[in-house]
Structures are given as structure tokens and as C-alpha cells.
Design a protein around this ligand. Structure first.
Ligand SMILES: [Zn+2]
Length: 246
């Protein structure tokens, strides 16, 4: 049996059992595992890792441990642009998402805020990963199994279990506050939504809505009509309380 000393930094500690957080831990193994396997075996998906130093030298995920090393594992840095040794893909200029089957509410809220979000309650892991790679979509999931697959490049583990805390977490994690464009995406089909004259949709509106609202929006793809109703107002209030919406 060989061993190496591991220290996980920052939010990577979220994935460790509480007694192993914020300290150096001894990881035992046989053979000479690659860094990716050694890190994931301790619970941390590789998609959350951006830099690994082995005895002070930046190494890639394929580096093999021999025993006796000091390994420091870092998450993505937000505060400054670290160049040398980064393992994660370059940050994306446009944030598009694909969600696992359990995140239906988060999907609706992301779309309401204008983010291109792919979701289906029948999406299988393989489909999610294929589409993430083909369309450069960030996988949002509470399933570590998906994120641990080596071919996943863009992925984020949603920590919050309560659906009404997840939207705030995601906006914060990707610094999306300034990128929200409410009512520009269809909540039902993810199509693009545009302003439409009231006269064009009037006949399809409930009476109360026709009397109370003047501004309407319509999905180009499926025709769904939107207005700034109670549901919209509640989400905006919540985000304002969290200081996540300008
Ligand atoms: Zn639509």
C-alpha cells in the first residue's frame, strides 16, 4: 500500500466528509493511480478542479502517483486569472446550460431570467454529456456520477438541495447577475421570446390579465405568451433580496 498527502482548498471541501475538511489527509492506494482517479475517489468531481500541484509543480489529471507526494488541489479561482497549469477549460463567454432530470424548477427559473437552458425529464446521462460537449453547455447537476466521467468538460455540482435556493447559488457561482435578461427565453420550450403588440394576443388572454397588463411577450418557437405577472414578480423580489439582481 502506498500513500500521498492531499489537501483540498476552498469549495472543494464541500465534497469531503466533515472530519476531513480543511486539513491534510493521507490517501492510500495500490498501484500508481492517475490524479483524476485519486481525486475523484476522495469524492471531488474533476469538473470542480482547476489546478493540482504535486510537490509544488502543476500537473495534469493523467499524472501518476508513486507514493509520498504532497498534493494540493484547487478549485476555479474567480478573483484572478491564473494561467499556468490550469486544468479546467477556458471560461465560457456565453453561459448556456443543460440540466439533469431533477432540476426542473431551476430550469424554469434560468429560462425566466433569459439563460439558454436545455432540459428534459427523459434526458439520459449520455445525452446530457454529448450535448454539453457539442453545444458547449455547462452541466448543472446534483449527480456526482455524471461529473466524474472523464469526458465532461463543463460541469457544476449544485450544492443547494432546496429548489428555491438553487437559482441564487448558480447566479453567484457563475457571476451571472449582470447577464440576466428576464423574459427573453420561453420557460416551456427554451425558444427566444420577443415583445408583441397587445392587440395581436388579446383574444388569447384571460380577462384579468387583459385588464391589468399592457406589455406582452411571445415565444417565437411555440407561441406561448408572457407578461410580468405574479410569478415573475415573486422571483424578482427574491433575487433582489439576495442582491442577485440589479
Ligand atoms: Zn416556447
Amino acid at each position: 500500500m502506498r500513500s500521498s498527502q492531499f489537501r483540498f482548498y476552498g469549495q472543494l471541501n464541500d465534497f469531503l466528509p466533515s472530519e476531513l475538511r480543511q486539513r491534510t489527509v493521507c490517501y492510500r492506494y495500490s498501484g500508481s493511480p492517475g490524479l483524476r482517479d485519486a481525486i475523484q475517489a476522495q469524492g471531488v468531481p474533476h469538473t470542480e478542479v482547476d489546478l493540482v500541484l504535486v510537490d509544488g509543480v502543476a500537473r495534469c489529471f493523467d499524472f501518476n502517483l508513486q507514493g509520498g507526494e504532497q498534493v494540493s488541489v484547487y478549485p476555479r479561482f474567480k478573483a484572478f486569472e491564473l494561467q499556468a497549469g490550469r486544468l479546467g477549460p477556458k471560461p465560457l463567454a456565453v453561459h448556456r446550460f443543460i440540466l439533469d432530470v431533477h432540476l426542473g424548477k431551476l430550469c424554469r427559473q434560468l429560462r425566466l431570467l433569459g439563460f439558454d437552458t436545455a432540459y428534459g425529464n427523459d434526458f439520459e446521462d449520455r445525452h446530457i454529456i454529448d450535448r454539453s460537449l457539442a453545444e458547449r453547455r455547462i452541466i448543472l447537476t446534483r449527480d456526482l456520477g455524471i461529473l466524474k466521467q472523464a469526458r465532461v468538460q463543463y460541469g457544476y455540482f449544485v450544492r443547494a438541495t432546496a429548489p428555491n435556493r438553487q437559482i441564487g447559488e448558480v447566479l453567484q457561482a457563475f457571476e451571472l447577475k449582470e447577464r440576466c435578461r428576464p423574459l427573453s427565453r420561453c420557460i416551456k420550450c427554451n425558444g427566444e421570446v420577443e415583445r408583441v403588440a397587445k392587440s395581436r394576443v388579446e383574444s388569447r388572454l384571460p380577462d384579468g390579465t387583459r385588464r391589468s397588463y399592457e406589455l406582452f411577450y411571445q415565444c417565437r418557437a411555440c407561441g406561448q405568451i408572457y407578461w410580468r405577472g405574479a410569478h415573475y414578480a415573486r422571483l424578482m423580489e427574491k433575487l433582489a433580496r439576495l442582491q442577485l439582481f440589479p
